[in-house]
Design a protein. Structure first.
Length: 307
């Protein structure tokens, strides 16, 4: 009888290889759960950000939407806790067959959760950094075979390579300014920003590339020391159209002052240099889309003219 009991206990033991495999799979599931938790947090942050920026016309609709979001997030949190309880089970107390069922249940829960969190296509969109956007446009920035691009070819000995190198990097700096929504680039700041921080001689190379943009009329130096570069990744004429459309959509028929434009953080023109904003006003007047007003403190404001 005792011998049969020992034999039965021996049959229940999980083989070492299967146990290690089960532990590995369980760890992968924990990692997946952590990823979903992070995804859920990103969704909450995005929704909170949208709630602050968007103008809600109907308060009732806003309250109903908020209530629905709270209920949905509470359900997701309850689901996460349920999965956490499943994952917290002691692996040593279950055999391999039971573990497979256990894991299958968790995977099913994770799949349902992921579909609920993502929801409609494009609901969760992680904002890419300027460098991440550059990588999408220029994958070679991190390719091993393109490491030579971080060293400038000799101007006289390898003129063709030098021109090609300078032309390609001019595109990168131009798009960096565009992706970062920066109208003025400070050479000192670029020294520490990827990918320019990988240059073997950063400041010299950046100025060399900047000169290419200046020669193409895509930028201009704002100081004799050449430490500030104004990059025109969008024309002032196009900005004038955008600022008019913004004012029109906002229903702003009264004079609009500079500080109000600065507060429109989601618009590309909000951080334009002052002299460019004043030039935009003049372009609008020239196109008969606005009138300029000079304030007591000498500042300019503009009032759009309905077409």
């Amino acid at each position: 009888m005792v011998k049969m009991e020992k034999q039965r206990e021996k049959q229940k033991e999980v083989p070492k290889e299967l146990k290690e495999k089960a532990e590995k799979e369980l760890e992968e599931l924990r990692n997946e759960l952590a990823r979903l938790r992070k995804l859920k947090k990103e969704k909450e942050q995005i929704e909170q950000s949208k709630a602050k920026e968007e103008f809600v016309v109907k308060q009732k609709e806003e309250l109903e939407t908020d209530a629905a979001e709270v209920d949905a997030l509470k359900y997701l949190e309850d689901s996460f806790e349920k999965i956490e309880d499943l994952l917290s089970s002691d692996l040593g107390e279950i055999d391999h067959k039971a573990f497979k069922q256990h894991a299958k249940q968790i995977e099913s829960e994770l799949q349902i959760l992921e579909e609920e969190i993502v929801g409609e296509e494009g609901l969760i969109v992680k904002e890419l950094s300027p460098y991440e956007k550059l990588l999408q446009a220029y994958p070679w920035l991190e390719e091993e075979r393109k490491k030579f691009m971080y060293a400038m070819p000799h101007k006289k000995k390898n003129l063709i390579d030098y021109i090609s190198w300078k032309t390609e990097w001019a595109k990168v700096i131009f798009d960096y300014a565009r992706f970062a929504v920066l109208h003025i680039l400070y050479i000192r700041n670029l020294n520490s920003e990827k990918p320019f921080s990988n240059f073997t001689n950063r400041e010299v190379y950046i100025r060399e590339i900047a000169e290419e943009l200046v020669n193409k009329n895509q930028a201009k130096w704002l100081s004799k020391k050449k430490n500030r570069l104004r990059v025109y990744w969008k024309s002032l004429e196009l900005f004038s159209d955008e600022i008019y459309e913004w004012a029109y959509q906002q229903g702003r028929l009264e004079p609009i002052m500079i500080y109000e434009i600065r507060e429109a953080k989601s618009e590309d023109f909000s951080n334009l240099p002052l002299e460019d904003l004043e030039e935009l006003f003049r372009i609008l007047v020239k196109n008969r889309k606005a009138k300029i007003f000079k304030l007591e403190d000498g500042q300019l404001a503009f009032k759009i003219t309905l077409e």
